[in-house]
Design a protein around this ligand. Structure first.
Ligand code: NIG
Ligand code: FE
Length: 406
């Protein structure tokens, strides 16, 4: 159960346990040790240091990494990993020129995913989600958030959340679950669906302890700010902190309201007026960009440079879902951040590891090479360094992924 990894060419993202979320210029630094060792015990990082200071101990199984890089695993703080089927036919419609809203109106979009999920039995949904989660872990994800929101009926939302609960049991990485019943209106009677969300779904989810957070798609044609406020208010009653979808296409005031409700994070922010950057500066709410969605939908990228230059912290996540971001690959997110958002490789890496752990309240468990955190780490292929993660877009730089030192 005790292991020592030796001859690590570069041990990246080494931080003391009392470090905080990184803001502004601090995001450009990833502290590391060259030619290092790393000891783990019972799946936890026990100690590390330079090879010149390694004490031999026969109680440890030795693994020689021959000069390869070690980094912590990625933290993916925003996904919709549970769904019934891909929406590749919509992808083709999009190539032929149809827009996101147009596709939604033609029977595609979130309601398409909801219809299919409602018809899919629990076991089938679980099997698909497991396959995707295994694949995500093999690309370096070592902690993840998963949302509901493709159910949109009491029965189907509970089914989705129960799939996530089962994933929590079956996987040994930290998983956070978010209730996103307010993803789209399944009926033209919006008041009626609001009642279902508030009076039926939330109390049941609370009594079964099925969610850690509450989310809402605050957007023109989806949920307005008043509706979001009603939900977040109810969320408070049921001890669910907000993490919300805001400003994907339009700024309709969701950022301000989310901050008022003490949201952990505001996610998307492709449209981000200066006034809202100022509001974020006076808050603890974390801005989260989703560059995979911007890339796939061909919409503006979240102004990540501007966020950092205003001294704010930044987190980046995959938004993995069948409609707007069908990739869970966090290295691709790093590449898009560097190429399209002009982030330094270090900034992109901090936004997807150390900082991302704060967006899931998991900073004491994952996100860095820190004594006492989980030994969830990636071993790079020979010759790869931190730049490679964003530089080698679409190329697998990962040799192996360790979860709890296994
Ligand atoms: O985060 N914007 C809202 N929800 C998803 C898209 C969901 C879908 O199209 O199925 C997102 O991008
Ligand atoms: Fe999303």
């Amino acid at each position: 159960m005790q292991k020592v990894f030796i001859n690590i060419g570069n041990l990246a993202q080494v931080r003391a346990s009392e470090s905080n979320i990184l803001r502004g210029t601090l995001m450009a630094d990833v502290p590391s040790i060259d030619n290092a060792w790393l000891k783990t015990k019972d799946g936890i990082i026990e100690d590390y240091g330079p090879m010149t200071e390694l004490q031999e101990d026969s109680a440890y199984e030795t693994i020689d990494l021959n000069g390869q890089m070690v980094t912590p695993t990625f933290v993916d703080s925003h996904t919709h990993l549970v769904f019934a089927a891909d929406r590749d036919e919509e992808f083709v419609m999009k190539i032929k020129g149809m827009g996101y809203q147009e596709i939604a109106e033609a029977g595609g979009g979130i309601l398409n995913s909801a219809r299919r999920l409602q018809e899919t039995p629990f076991n089938e949904l679980l099997a698909g989600a497991k396959r995707r989660l295994e694949a995500a872990i093999s690309t370096g994800t070592g902690a993840i958030e998963i949302k509901s929101g493709y159910g949109l009926t009491m029965e189907a939302e509970i089914k989705m959340l129960q799939v996530i609960a089962q994933l929590k049991q079956d996987f040994d990485i930290p998983i956070k679950s978010t209730f996103l019943g307010a993803h789209a209106f399944p009926t033209s009677d919006h008041d009626k669906y609001m009642d279902t969300l508030l009076q039926e779904m939330l109390p049941e989810i609370y009594s079964q302890k099925l969610a850690d957070y509450i989310d809402c798609f605050c957007e023109k044609g989806y949920f307005n700010t008043d509706q979001m406020c009603h939900l977040l208010e109810a969320g408070e009653k049921y001890e669910l902190k907000p993490k919300v979808h805001v400003n994907q296409f339009n700024a309709i005031g969701g950022v301000e309201k989310a901050i008022e409700f003490g949201a952990i994070s505001v996610d998307h922010l492709e449209v981000l007026p200066d006034e809202e950057i100022s509001l974020l500066k006076d808050s603890d709410t974390i801005p989260v960009g989703l560059p995979g969605c911007s890339f796939f939908l061909n919409i503006p990228f979240t102004p990540a440079r501007k966020i950092i230059e205003n001294g704010l912290p930044l987190v980046l996540a995959s938004d993995f879902n069948p409609g707007s971001a069908p990739s869970f690959n966090m290295s691709t997110i790093n590449s898009l951040a560097a190429i399209k958002m002009k982030l330094l490789p270090e900034e992109a890496f901090n936004a997807t590891t150390h900082n991302a752990a704060y967006a899931l309240e998991l900073a004491d468990e994952v996100g860095s090479i820190t004594k006492g955190k989980r030994a969830n780490f990636i071993v790079g292929k020979p010759g790869k360094n931190l730049n490679s993660i964003s530089y080698n877009f679409g190329v697998d730089w990962i040799e192996s992924v360790y979860i709890n030192a296994k």
